[in-house]
Design a protein around this ligand. Structure first.
Ligand code: AMP
Ligand code: MG
Length: 483
């Protein structure tokens, strides 16, 4: 009889788990079960990503909601909270860990890459401290939307597989509807994972963590130094890419800085409208530590924390310090080179040279003076509409003449610019608008914005409103962490 019932009940998703982190010994994590959700309801599901991960049985939305709320984890899941430490706004916490997240396992994607599946907002763990382990619909959908927008923009990022409303209330400044996000990442290892064992002077586990990380992210690395250089190269590229689309992460703590080089943690992140290098949105970043332009200074600082942690593995500390210092000191040069390539492409230069740097910086200075819209000015270069982004176009016209002269040496700068400068980004006022609607129960605005952000380099006439900067009264002044 049981069998008859089972075959009649709708099939839930099946996930081909292949877990490796759970096989690490004691000290790396704490096993923990998700908190049951009262009335799980699927808000968003990324079917193409699920298919790329080899997940099957996607037909029944109620069953997906049961699975990705954590109520009914698919067979083979081994939920656990990962241990990590971190420097938050410069101050060190020797123990943070997954306080509101659970790694449920790993799968080998169709492309042969091992990927983590993680629930976020799934209840308290031993690492929760005073937190409730929960997340509200707004921050969950914000991460879902922005992570997938970053992916479409070509920026390395963790992905969003599912967002499920739990049917439970979450107490913040006001009571809010709760939700759980399923995040997919090429791993959840961070700088803080290494700081955790460094703080404990635990050489054995540091070595195991290094081997685990190398197998996953740097199979060619033979030494901790090789590994460090790999992380530095990925992060240098990532920050240059963020800057090239006007992205401000907002909380670049070392526990939010991945080993993979993927963007993680979309708490108080924001895209700039009007350009200014000192732009900060995060309400908790009062000193501007993570301001737009300072991102390029902070990431080497974060890499220095990784380097100090890895020193634990060196027997010759003096020589280690010298070599690691050199690797970290090389990072600003890597960022500048990546920046030049990215911003060169934005003004149509296929192989920008150092001599072109001044031309780019001159444009950015003009944009700063008049707070020209970052996205629309660059996009407008290819369309001949950039001058319209300046209240006084005269200085821009002067710059434009120099630029046109430089473009004579280029093949098809228009095509390069259109492939590099998005027509549409997740503008803060639009994001806030769709999240407010979703929190009130209406998913339609979210779905429409999500659709437009899937093809950011082309914008249909009918969707032109999504490219508009906010009117003064629409401007978002501050963003808040999802806590
Ligand atoms: P984040 O700001 O999301 O990077 O989180 C920093 C640390 O705080 C991590 O250890 C999180 O697990 C923890 N944390 C954040 N929000 C919560 C929450 N609502 N409940 C428990 N822990 C949390
Ligand atoms: Mg975090």
């Amino acid at each position: 009889m049981d069998q008859t019932l089972a075959s009649q009940s709708p099939e839930g998703p099946s996930i081909p788990f292949d877990n490796s982190y759970a096989a690490l010994p004691q000290g790396f994590y704490a096993r923990s079960d998700p908190r049951p959700a009262t009335a799980p309801r699927l808000l968003a599901f990324n079917a193409p990503l699920a298919e790329a991960l080899g997940i099957t049985g996607l037909e029944d939305r109620a069953a997906l909601a049961q699975a990705f709320s954590g109520n009914h984890l698919p067979e083979g899941a081994e939920p656990l909270a990962q241990a990590y430490a971190g420097h938050q706004f410069g101050g060190f916490s020797p123990q943070l860990g997954d306080g509101r997240a659970l790694l449920i396992g790993e799968v080998m994607g169709r492309d042969g890459h091992r990927m983590d599946l993680q629930l976020k907002g799934s209840g308290r763990t031993v690492f929760s401290r005073n937190g409730d382990g929960l997340a509200a619909i707004g921050p969950v959908l914000r991460e879902y939307l922005v992570a997938e927008a970053m992916q479409a923009l070509g920026v390395p990022t963790t992905r969003a597989l599912a967002a499920v409303a739990t049917g439970d209330r979450v107490q913040r400044e006001v009571g809010l509807p709760g939700a759980v996000l399923t995040r997919v990442a090429s791993s959840h290892l961070r700088v803080g994972s290494f700081e955790y064992f460094a703080a404990r002077q635990d050489r054995t586990r540091m070595q195991m963590l290094l081997e685990f990380a190398i197998a996953r992210h740097d199979p060619g690395a033979a030494t901790p130094l090789d590994f460090l250089k790999g992380v530095i190269a990925r992060q240098a590229d990532l920050v240059a890419q963020w800057m090239s689309i006007g992205f401000i992460h907002g909380v670049m703590n070392t526990d939010n800085t991945t080993i993979s080089g993927e963007t993680i943690d979309y708490g108080p992140c924001a895209f700039m409208d009007g350009y200014h290098p000192a732009t900060v949105y995060s309400s908790i970043d009062r000193q501007g530590r993570y301001a737009y332009e300072n991102q390029a200074n902070i990431i080497p600082w974060n890499m220095a924390q990784l380097a100090s942690s890895l020193l634990l593995l060196e027997t010759d500390t003096e020589a280690g310090i010298a070599a690691y210092t050199e690797a970290v000191n090389a990072m600003p040069g890597l960022i500048q080179a990546a920046w030049l390539n990215r911003f060169g492409a934005k003004i149509g230069l296929s192989e920008p040279s150092e001599a072109d740097r001044a031309l780019i910086e001159e444009l950015l200075a003009l944009m700063t003076n008049q707070e020209a819209d970052f996205t629309n000015t660059f996009r407008g270069l290819a369309d001949g509409t950039a001058a319209g982004e300046f209240s006084d176009p005269a200085p821009f016209r002067d710059w434009e003449r120099k630029w046109q002269a430089r473009l004579e040496r280029e093949g098809d700068p228009q095509a390069l610019m259109r492939a590099t400068n998005p027509a549409v980004i997740p503008r803060n006022h639009r994001v806030e608008e769709v999240l407010a609607a979703a929190t009130a129960g209406d998913m339609a605005p979210f779905e429409d914005l999500f659709r437009v952000l899937q093809t950011p380099f082309t914008l249909a006439e009918a969707d032109a409103a999504y490219a508009k900067p906010p009117r003064p009264e629409e401007e978002v002044q501050a963003t808040f962490c999802g806590t």
